[in-house]
Design a protein around this ligand. Structure first.
Ligand code: ATP
Length: 348
């Protein structure tokens, strides 16, 4: 089975081809080597400030045809059937959540390709894809997942046919919160890697820490971090403390989720997962409680079409395809809205 994935929820115009054999999917063998995923991405870089939805959509418009063509070339090279046959078996695309104008470009491209190549369309939830790529590359059975991405931050666990949201941010996503601070300081987007670098030389200063049960909030710490910077606290100290508190909040709720579910496996998803300090804290917390921890390699953490193709292949094998008339995108698509068709394990 060869699946084309297309991603374009915010900043990454990306296309990928995932190739696997049918038995690997139907027997639930998730250990297929990640090298079987070919990814071609083109990132949108705002000239100033954060992501502008209209500019991001224009980027999708320009870049999606290019990255898709490159992925299709790759699929054609691997294709050994008659040249008249489609080199792919299905087109999977990100239906949401994300920026509406970007999603619409991706949706239109996916529908057109599925029609032109006469192959089925698979609609993938972007946040469930962030989770499933970790399950795929770890081979873990039923992990708790911490999604730490730009526009989101939440904990998911599988129960009764769906990924349930156990806890989440009460305001902004974790990456967006960090990016708001770096915009204030005048650093270019994305801010996360710059905060990580600056934090290396920082000392701890007191900043708010807000966890309420399984939920958490970043708005207070963001305002306090900006204020501390304006009051003359060295930027390295603010960056260090920001990371320590924000990631400790995420580690605390992850630990609570492991404890409540009884799971001993944690996977990390999302672009903020590229941060070494976050991975270190989570790995330490898991080691202390005898749980296993897995973070996929960076190309699968940040937005990428590889994760869309991998989950698309599982959905395709389960017969979970979309009719054209039901294929509209959804900027607010929540992970718990997805009936999980591709997992045979049932929990009470
Ligand atoms: P979503 O998946 O919720 O739609 P998104 O589309 O914004 O989010 P991601 O690629 O998951 O995208 O994450 C991007 C975010 O990751 C940005 O906010 C960026 O600052 C942050 N980020 C990238 N690298 C690092 C890092 N090393 N440390 C912290 N944050 C980082």
């Amino acid at each position: 089975v060869r699946i084309l994935g297309i991603e374009g929820t915010a900043w990454a115009a990306s296309a990928a081809v995932f190739e696997t054999d049918r038995t690997a999917i139907s027997t639930g063998d998730r250990t297929a080597h990640p090298d079987d995923v070919f990814i071609e991405s083109d990132a949108y870089q705002p000239e100033s400030g954060g992501i502008h939805p209209r500019e991001a959509a224009e980027h999708m418009h320009d870049a999606i045809p290019r990255v898709v063509e490159r992925a299709l070339e790759h699929a054609r090279e691997r294709h050994d059937g008659p040249a008249t046959d489609s080199p792919i078996d299905a087109v999977a695309f990100s239906r949401g959540p994300g920026l509406g104008p970007c999603l619409r470009v991706v949706g239109t491209a996916a529908r057109a390709l599925s029609q032109a190549l006469a192959v089925p369309l698979v609609g993938v939830n972007h946040m469930v894809a962030h989770l499933e790529i970790g399950r795929h590359t770890s081979g873990f059975d039923s992990p708790v997942c911490l999604n730490a991405s730009g526009a989101n931050a939440h904990l998911l666990a599988f129960r009764n046919g769906r990924y349930r949201v156990l806890g989440e941010t009460m305001d902004t996503g974790v990456g967006n919160a960090i990016d708001k601070f770096t915009r204030h300081v005048g650093w270019s987007h994305p801010g996360g890697p710059k905060v990580e670098a600056a934090a290396e030389d920082g000392d701890y200063v007191d900043l708010p820490y807000v966890v309420k049960g399984m939920d958490f909030s970043f708005s207070g710490i963001m305002s306090a971090a900006k204020q501390a910077y304006d009051d003359g606290t060295p930027v390295e100290d603010v960056c260090y403390s920001l990371q320590e508190n924000v990631f400790a909040m995420l580690a605390e709720v992850s630990e609570r989720a492991l404890s409540l579910t009884g799971s001993d496996e944690l996977v990390l998803g999302g672009g903020v997962g590229q941060n070494a300090r976050l991975r270190e804290m989570l790995a330490e917390m898991c080691a202390q409680r005898g749980a296993r921890f897995h973070a996929p390699e960076p190309r699968f953490l940040r937005d990428n079409a590889g994760m869309i193709a991998v989950l698309g292949a599982k959905m395709y094998a389960a017969g979970d395809t979309l009719a054209l008339e039901d294929s509209r995108v959804d900027p607010d698509f929540r992970p718990d809205q997805v009936p999980v068709s591709w997992r045979s394990d049932e929990t009470e």
